[in-house]
Structures are given as C-alpha cells and as structure tokens.
Design a protein around this ligand. Structure first.
Ligand code: GN1
Ligand code: MG
Length: 371
C-alpha cells in the first residue's frame, strides 16, 4: 500500500497540500466497520472528510458503488429541490479526487474513495433509548421514500447474492463440508441445530418475490443502528450513512435490519449472549418513525411481510456470522478468535425472542398500519 498520507492527498485540493508534502495533514483510523477500512482526513485547510479503502474481496467491482452513489445523490438532490424541510438532512456526498474521478486505485490495486464528513452528528453502536429508536426508523423511512421513485434498473448490483438466503444456505453447506464442525461442543451443536430447524422457512422473502408478491426496488441494504447519524445537540436523525449497498433489493431487508439492530439494546458485539433481547417498546418506536414515511409507497404485502422481514434478517445475520466463524473469519473483521461465533449466537438468541413475541409483533404492525 502507498503511504496513507499520499493516498489522502489525492483527495485534497487546497493549495497548501497540493505540493504533495503532506505537511499539516492528519489521517486517523475511524469507525467500526466490519469490511472496509475507514479513516478521517483533516487537511491543513478545508473541511475534514472520510477516506475509505473498499474491500475488493467483498465488492468485486467497487467502481459500481460510486456510479450508484452518484445516481442516488443526484436523484435525492432533485427531490429535495422541491421540498422545504425544516429538519436537517445530510447524506455523505462524494469528494472527488484531484483528477476529477470519484475514486483512485493505488499502486497495489487497492480502491480508495472519499466522502464528506457530516459534522455535529454521530452514529451509535447500540440503541440508546426510545427517541433514538424512533429517529432510526424515521431516517430509514425517509431515505427509502426519497429513493422510492428512482428507476431501479438504473442501479447496478454492487454485491450479487446480498441478502439472498438460498445463497447463504448453500455457502454454509459448502463451508461445513470443507471445514467440518465439532458437534460435541454444545454451542456449535446449538447453532447447527438452529440453522437446520429454520432453513426450509428462511427463503420466505425470495419466494414472495418469485411469486410476484414483493418486488425489487432501490434499497439501502445495511441500515443497522450504527449507520444512522444522530445530531449531537437535538438527538434527531440527520441521515443514513454507508451507502455502498444501495442497489436493487427488497425494502424488507432494510426494515428487518433496522429492527434487528435497533431493538437489541445489548448490541451485535455483546459477550452477554444469554441476555440478548428483542424489545417490543423499541420496535414500536422504530415503526412509529418508519411507517408514516413509507406509507406513500408501501403495499399491503409490504406490511404483511414485516414480521418475516425482521425474523429473516436476524436469522440471516446469525447464519452469515456462524458461516464465517466456521470458515476461519474470512469475511468479517474480528477482534478475537471467537468473535464471529459470539455474534452468531447473539443473533440466534435474538431470533428466539422475536419468535416468542410473534403474536404481539404482528398485532403491533397491524395496529400501527391502521389495518
Ligand atoms: C457489514 O461493514 P459493515 O459493518 O458496514 C455487512 C452487513 C452486516 C454488518 C453487520 C457488505 O457491514 O451486511 O449487516 O456487517 N456488510 C456487507 O454488522 O456484508
Ligand atoms: Mg456496511
């Protein structure tokens, strides 16, 4: 890899730095992403910005991410021209490189891009309280609404197979076959049984799509609570970040992902796996923020698949973490060797608590949807 300062300088246009010396520029690791490498760049002059190396094992054609991002940002900018909003709303915009391109490849073939830093706001790894939950729902709903009339055929598929359960199950089978599993270990047996008991049901969203009940639309793809920006002063949502997986998909993946992360106060990284819960009051707050935003384009089927969306997304995430644990951690970054196993067990316990509250969740959706 080239020196990180040299990389950052490609995205700095203020005169002091274009000499290429890098004096006065600070580049610091930032955030907690599981896949890409993220830095904040503070030039001697001009606004700070986010610099990221995109993981090309996960995103084989990273240029497509930037093409989609331009398409989406231009679409949203046109929409916002027509609205007089009082609330602050900001999305991470592209910071082009000095040569005018939206990205650079370094000498090693690594792919780098920069986006604007949203000041005075931050993300939170876990849900804090009811207002935070409601704001997360609002931000996702508003984002989905802003892209709901974008022609989905204009978006590239930046990550083939993303959220497609039959593919994840097939990959899990291949990993089991290749690496094996110690079923004498109680946690591993629990996880393997857990998958076996739900694998026939798990492709429910893809089946609904194939049957014409749901259809592909523009989606965010990764609206976990940690990707919602909250204003430091007002506590209100400012927008959503991490737009790399905005592509054709189901809005169900989005709301399922928002609920599975926003209603689990212990969060995805907890080691206190046995005490993981799905909190109904937070679920109600997320839906109260979300549903009014999406009601203009939501169909009856969209409402009826909400419970399944939540259950599937928690199960999918557990399966993906478990598979990666069995494959010796090749997809997600890990902080300790059993990190992916703990993450998987957390999601599976969350699924169990979701299932135990199915009647209440379905009833909640019906009453909030006004049905
Ligand atoms: C990954 O890199 P990050 O943290 O934004 C993953 C998501 C998962 C998430 C779990 C492209 O997102 O699907 O929900 O980890 N992104 C991709 O924290 O696989
Ligand atoms: Mg992401």
């Amino acid at each position: 890899m080239d020196d990180i300062v040299d990389i950052a300088l490609h995205f700095v246009t203020t005169p002091a730095e274009t000499t290429g010396t890098g004096s006065g520029i600070a580049v610091t690791p930032y955030g907690a992403g599981n896949i890409n490498d993220t830095y904040v760049v503070e030039p001697a002059a001009g606004p700070r910005f986010i610099l990221q190396r995109i993981n090309q094992r996960v995103f084989p054609k990273p240029q497509l991410i930037m093409i989609n991002l331009r398409t989406v940002m231009e679409h949203i900018a046109r929409q916002q021209d027509h609205t007089q909003e009082e609330r602050r709303w900001e999305l991470p915009d592209i910071v082009p490189a000095r040569d005018g391109q939206d990205f650079i490849f370094d000498a090693n073939g690594d792919f780098w891009r920069a986006t604007s830093f949203i000041e005075g706001a931050r993300t939170w790894p876990e849900v804090k309280d009811a207002q935070h939950a409601r704001e997360a729902g609002y931000a996702l709903g508003k984002f989905q609404r802003l892209i709901s009339d974008l022609d989905v055929s204009l978006l590239h598929d930046t990550l083939p197979g993303f959220h497609i359960m039959p593919r994840y199950l097939q990959h899990y089978d291949e990993v089991l076959e290749r690496y094996g599993i110690d079923l004498n270990r109680q946690e591993l047996r629990y996880a393997a049984d857990f998958v076996a008991q739900r694998r026939a049901w798990a492709p429910v969203l893809q089946e609904a799509c194939a049957a014409g009940k749901l259809r592909e639309r523009p989606m965010h793809g990764d609206p976990k609570i940690d990707n919602i920006m909250i204003d430091d002063e007002t506590g209100l949502a400012v927008g959503v970040i991490d737009l790399d997986t905005v592509k054709p998909g189901l809005v169900q993946y989005d709301i399922g992902d928002c609920l599975r992360t926003g209603c689990n106060p212990l969060g995805e990284e907890t080691k206190d796996v046995d005490n993981v819960t799905f909190e109904l009051d937070l679920c109600e707050m997320i839906l109260k923020g979300y549903l009014p935003e999406v009601s203009p384009f939501y169909t009856a089927a969209d409402y009826s698949y909400l419970y399944d969306s939540l259950r599937v997304l928690a199960f999918e995430q557990g399966l993906r973490f478990f598979t990666d644990y069995l494959a010796h951690n090749v997809y997600y970054k890990v902080k300790y060797p059993e990190n992916n196993l703990r993450r998987a067990l957390t999601q599976f316990h969350l699924v169990e608590h979701i299932e135990a509250q199915e009647t209440q969740i379905r009833q909640m959706v019906r009453s909030l949807a006004g049905a």
